[in-house]
Design a protein around this ligand. Structure first.
Ligand SMILES: Cc1cc2nc3c(=O)[nH]c(=O)nc-3n(C[C@H](O)[C@H](O)[C@H](O)COP(=O)(O)O)c2cc1C
Length: 291
């Protein structure tokens, strides 16, 4: 299913919306979001998170304050929630499919915000009927964006540096991590890479790195972890490994942008031999471009 607007416009339109108009969903819009969730595909690694749209109650709004989500979310109409079964790359798949659903909601001109927290034992997990082996790694608020951001939202955006993104040379490389590339060097990959760069990530840490191998037409995706982030989130809030979720989001932006511009390919485990990786860096997957 394609978005109505070009995907790069939808990706540019999305931002973390934390102030909503206190309006319940209109029936036809709710039906459309539910259809998007019902059409959720499997992720690139083959697992299939379950999704549900729930209307926000006062109880959910109160619960959010105690679940470790750092944003103050005002008056969303609802939440997109998901239950994830155990599998080796389930969090990447979850990030990919949830972001795909967020982009479709953005295409319908709805506001959304990713919320990472300790949801697995919360009322959110109850509402999706999460089984004993399932987790709820994150949820997304959804609703009609208020015409003006609250002062608190402005402060949070400033605190998280939400408008800022790392420069190209920190994120994209050729044949290894020693040579950075600029948009001018990236040819047909410039747009998909830029769509990765402007994507959302937990605490705006931007842990994605891509190494392009022009000779084999492959783009290798790596996770470069922020030191201590996973352990701290787990210890303080019992949170999932959100940087793996970020990788799924990056893969979603990359693939949707490629497909929209006719750049076909597929995901594979194709780890290249590029010597010692930078500190805290691990291989995730590769995009094999069709010739
Ligand atoms: C996995 C994940 C978890 C996040 N958790 C929260 C959260 O708990 N609270 C919040 O206000 N924003 C959260 N965010 C939003 C990020 O802070 C935001 O994406 C980043 O600052 C970039 O800003 P932008 O989304 O407006 O482009 C999360 C984003 C991701 C991808």
């Amino acid at each position: 299913m394609k978005t109505k607007k070009p995907i790069k416009d939808v990706i540019r339109q999305r931002y973390s919306c934390r102030t909503y108009s206190k309006t319940a969903f209109k029936k036809d819009l709710k039906d459309q979001v539910e259809q998007v969730l019902a059409d959720s595909p499997a992720g690139p690694f083959g697992s299939r998170p379950r999704f549900a749209l729930i209307a926000a109650t006062d109880e959910d709004r109160d619960a959010l304050k105690t679940l470790g989500t750092y944003g103050f979310i005002k008056d969303p109409a609802g939440f997109m929630i998901s239950a994830v079964s155990p599998s080796p790359r389930n969090l990447e798949d979850f990030g990919y499919v949830m972001e795909r659903n967020i982009l479709h909601a953005t295409d319908l001109d709805l506001g959304t915000c990713w919320l990472g927290g300790s949801f697995t034992k919360s009322t959110f997990a109850e509402k999706i009927g999460a089984g004993d082996d399932e987790t709820v790694p994150a949820v997304a608020s959804i609703g009609y964006a208020a015409p003006k951001k609250s002062m608190l939202e402005k402060a949070i955006r400033w605190g998280a540096g939400s408008k800022n993104r790392k420069p190209w040379e920190d994120l994209f490389f050729e044949n290894g991590f020693n040579i950075s590339i600029s948009p001018g060097d990236a040819g047909r990959w410039a747009e998909p890479m830029e769509m990765v760069r402007i994507g959302p990530s937990a605490s705006n840490r931007q842990p994605w790195r891509i190494v392009h191998e022009p000779d084999t037409n492959r783009l290798h995706f790596y996770l470069q972890r922020s030191k201590g982030y996973k352990a701290r989130n787990k210890m303080l809030f019992g949170m999932a490994d959100l940087q793996r979720v970020d990788m799924g989001i990056a893969m979603c932006h990359f693939e949707m942008t490629c497909r929209d511009s006719g750049l076909n390919g597929n995901w594979a485990f194709d780890e290249p031999d590029i010597g010692k990786l930078p500190e805290l860096t691990e291989y995730v997957a590769s995009w094999r471009a069709a010739l």
